[in-house]
Design a protein around this ligand. Structure first.
Ligand SMILES: [Fe+2]
Ligand SMILES: [Fe+2]
Length: 307
């Protein structure tokens, strides 16, 4: 059975050209300046077009999008992101969690996140249902459970932190435990890193300790995040061994600043005796070729969790 999925992150795909200055009379003013000075040059449409072409050639059970599709979370940016996602594929095959840029300031759900609802729903919810039950989201495909946590909530100016919050933390243990009992390969994905101390203080996940503690206790096979715009392989240490924690750079980046050039990861999972075999293929944008090119795949043996 082919078990294949991928993660892209930090698309920052929207444009702020021609936006009404009255939309910037809050924290968004700082976001606009950052876009004007740097981000509009760093995140390029040509990279996003190449990304879409490359993704459409993969045969994925699920594509995970780990947040920051926009710059300052304006309604028209949510609409631009929805249009990009619609051209990419069916919401049943694409699951997203938002990032801090998508919740830059408090905004009307109906004008913003409602536009992405079909991509945020769990398997047991109808796409477009009025009563989105929120995160964690759970989708199961081909023996893999994809558990999405939202870390996106408005924060004060200059802060790029995230918080999972009590409501999601209360639901997470049972979701992990049930998926574990069902023998599924559990992928937890979120925008911010849940590894305490991995990210700068003003960019951290404020309740990383609680999130990491729950995952360490109930188990997961793989944790994926974005936010840092850098490729990063680390791990969460538990009593049963370590869980790989992997971050990808922005999928639209030219690599002009502190972040890496655009890349994303494709994963293949195979069950084996007492463990899972995980193959990781990084596909990176090559400017001269104008397309994404694969690096030699890495193999990882992931221990089966005993509950
Ligand atoms: Fe980002
Ligand atoms: Fe972010």
């Amino acid at each position: 059975m082919q078990r294949q999925f991928a993660q892209i992150s930090d698309l920052h795909l929207s444009s702020l050209v021609g936006v009404d200055w009255r939309d910037f009379l809050n924290k968004r003013a700082l976001g606009y300046l950052s876009w004007k000075r740097k981000r509009q040059f760093e995140h390029q449409t040509q990279v996003l077009d190449a990304l879409r072409d490359d993704l459409q050639e993969r045969h994925l059970d699920q594509l995970l999008v780990s947040g920051d599709l926009t710059h300052v979370g304006l309604p028209h940016e949510f609409e631009q992101a929805r249009q990009w996602l619609e051209r990419l594929g069916n919401p049943e095959n694409i699951a997203l969690v938002p990032g801090n840029h998508d919740a830059y300031v408090r905004s009307e759900w109906q004008q913003t996140f409602a536009l992405w609802q079909a991509y945020m729903t769990s398997d047991n919810e109808k796409p477009g249902a009025v009563d989105f039950s929120g995160f964690p989201s759970v989708r199961v495909r081909n023996g893999i459970a994809f558990i999405g946590l939202s870390t996106a909530c408005p924060k004060p100016p200059l802060m790029a932190t995230g918080t999972v919050g009590r409501a999601q933390l209360a639901k997470l243990p049972e979701l992990l435990a049930r998926a574990g009992r069902d023998g599924l390969f559990r992928v937890v994905y979120l925008h911010h890193s849940p590894v305490v101390g991995e990210e700068k203080w003003r960019k951290r996940l404020t309740d990383a300790g609680e999130v990491a503690g729950i995952i360490a206790h109930h188990g997961a096979e793989l944790i994926l995040h974005g936010h840092g715009h850098r490729a990063l392989h680390s791990q969460l240490t538990t009593e049963q061994g370590s869980i790989p924690v992997i971050a990808v750079p922005s999928a639209s980046a030219m690599g002009l600043g502190h972040g890496d050039v655009a890349a994303y990861n494709c994963y293949r999972v195979e069950p084996s005796e007492g463990e899972w075999l995980l193959e990781i293929e990084t596909r990176r944008f090559q400017q001269d070729a104008g397309r994404f090119v694969a690096s030699p795949p890495q193999q990882l043996a992931v221990r089966r969790w005993s509950s």
